[in-house]
Design a protein around this ligand. Structure first.
Ligand SMILES: C[S@@+](CC[C@H](N)C(=O)[O-])C[C@H]1O[C@@H](n2cnc3c(N)ncnc32)[C@H](O)[C@@H]1O
Length: 442
């Protein structure tokens, strides 16, 4: 149980943090080290995450567990591990599962280097010019020579015995797919580059793959060096457990573990429009061997499938209205927000309502796995829909309070360089995020 003095100390640390400007991640390089393994949408800023988690680390029991039920690229998990937390993460996107696993696992570096050398040799010796995969519109997204080279990389990875090393290599291949495909990559939705642009480009995926493999190995080694320096401070190597699963948080948390801390950022309800986690992962998922994917194959069949099954994926009015009704009682702010929208504009907000109804269901599952005196660190943005700011922060506060969990502290951070489109066709974009910290008063 956290004592009154400890709560005071946490408040004090958070206050100092708010005044320091550290939360904005000013000067922080999000591409540093292992975080740059793959450019996943809406990655959190590690420096900001670490600063907040640090305020809680001292009052947590030895062997404490942190959870991110929407782990994305695993930033929160990596940050929590730095403070000695065991971590659990889940995500509905099988690519996020692979990416996070590749980042949090402790590799044997000499073995990793040796296997990567074998992979590189195998690619160089491969004279096969057949294309190893086929999917709809493959020629639209990949030039013929890129298809042949990616097939060589794929065959070489399939030959690796260690599943964990395959994960690392699939992720590197995915980053090469992202940059070597004909997708414009300036938005998260797939858009083909112009013909002229495609003709002008000089893509060499094999060379790029080799560069990124070496960089990835260095980044892993640097991350674990950082962790072992922390071990030295503590005086003994910590045995950190990282448990990563594929799962739909709206349906269940795939473990019985009880958690001391939640550090997460949910999707903000724009997975169909601007931040399309699933669509961004679609091309890599077509090339990765299905035997290494953690989900049923139907999730990766179309560009829309993962986003459709994610929070807020349901857009049929009648169903949305049924699922939002019980949420209105818990979150009156949402009800008055929606009632304030003129009838002829309400349709634009079904996705928002659908997201919040799903998020509410997810909270039931999450809270059931949290210890009574757990802390919850949520980062959430009030996105704009039709130029109206959706009060996600206040809605979250009300949804948590309806479960007897109160707001403990809050802070804001300016979004300086979060990887998101600078503007979209629909409305203004967010300039700040809210860090909302909750705790159940005993
Ligand atoms: C904002 S991102 C998380 C960012 C992450 N905390 C990080 O540090 O990179 C939101 C994630 O929620 C996932 N998601 C959406 N719906 C989900 C669901 N029903 N169950 C589990 N994950 C879901 C998305 O796939 C996406 O990866």
């Amino acid at each position: 149980m956290v004592s009154e003095e400890q709560l005071q100390a946490i408040r004090q640390k958070l206050q100092t943090l708010k005044e320091s400007g550290e939360l904005d991640g000013e000067g922080a390089d999000r591409s540093e080290n292992l975080h740059r393994l793959f450019m996943y949408p809406a990655m959190m800023v590690p420096a900001a995450q670490e600063a907040v988690i640090k305020a809680f680390a001292d009052c947590m029991p030895v062997g404490a567990w942190a959870i991110d039920p929407f782990m994305g690229s695993g930033t929160s998990l990596m940050s929590s591990m730095e403070f000695g937390f065991n971590v659990y993460g889940q995500d509905i996107n099988p690519f996020a599962v692979m990416l996070s696993r590749a980042k949090v696992e402790k590799y044997d570096i000499p073995q990793l280097k040796a296997v990567c050398q074998e992979v590189s040799d195998r690619i160089a010796e491969d004279n096969d010019t057949s294309v190893a995969v086929s999917f709809r519109n493959i020629d639209k997204w990949f030039n013929p020579d890129v298809q042949i080279d990616l097939s060589k990389i794929r065959r070489a990875i399939q030959n690796v015995d260690s599943q964990l090393i395959r994960y690392f290599l699939w992720v590197i291949m995915s980053e090469v797919i992202r940059t070597g495909s004909n997708d414009r990559t300036s938005t998260f939705k797939l858009h083909r580059r112009s013909e002229e642009d495609i003709q002008k480009r000089n893509v060499n995926v094999i060379k790029e793959f080799a560069v990124l493999v070496n960089r990835g190995i260095e980044d892993i080694a640097t991350y674990w060096d950082k962790l072992s320096k922390e071990d030295e401070k503590v005086g003994a190597p910590r045995q950190i457990i990282a448990d990563i699963r594929w799962g739909n948080t709206k349906e269940s948390i795939e473990t019985d573990t009880e958690f001391d801390l939640l550090v997460s950022s949910p999707p903000y309800g724009d997975n169909h429009t601007t931040v399309t986690y699933g669509q961004t992962s679609y091309l890599p998922l077509q090339w990765i061997d299905p035997k290494d994917l953690s989900c049923p194959y139907d999730y990766v069949k179309t560009t829309q499938e993962i986003d459709r099954r994610s929070l807020g994926g349901q857009t049929i009015k009648k169903e949305v209205m049924v699922s939002i009704a019980p949420v209105y009682t818990k979150a009156p702010t949402l009800k008055s927000f929606f009632e304030g929208v003129p009838a002829d504009e309400q349709e634009k907000y079904y996705k928002t309502l659908s997201f919040i109804a799903d998020f509410d269901k997810s909270l039931d599952k999450i809270v059931a796995n949290m210890k009574d005196d757990a802390f919850y660190i949520w980062t959430i943005g009030n996105r704009f829909v039709g130029n109206r700011e959706v009060p996600n922060d206040q809605v979250l506060i009300e949804l948590m309070e309806s479960r007897g969990i109160q707001l403990f502290e809050r802070a804001e951070r300016q979004i300086l360089n979060k990887k998101q489109p600078k503007k979209n066709n629909f409305s203004k974009t967010m300039e700040k995020e809210h860090i909302l910290i909750f705790h159940r008063s005993m």
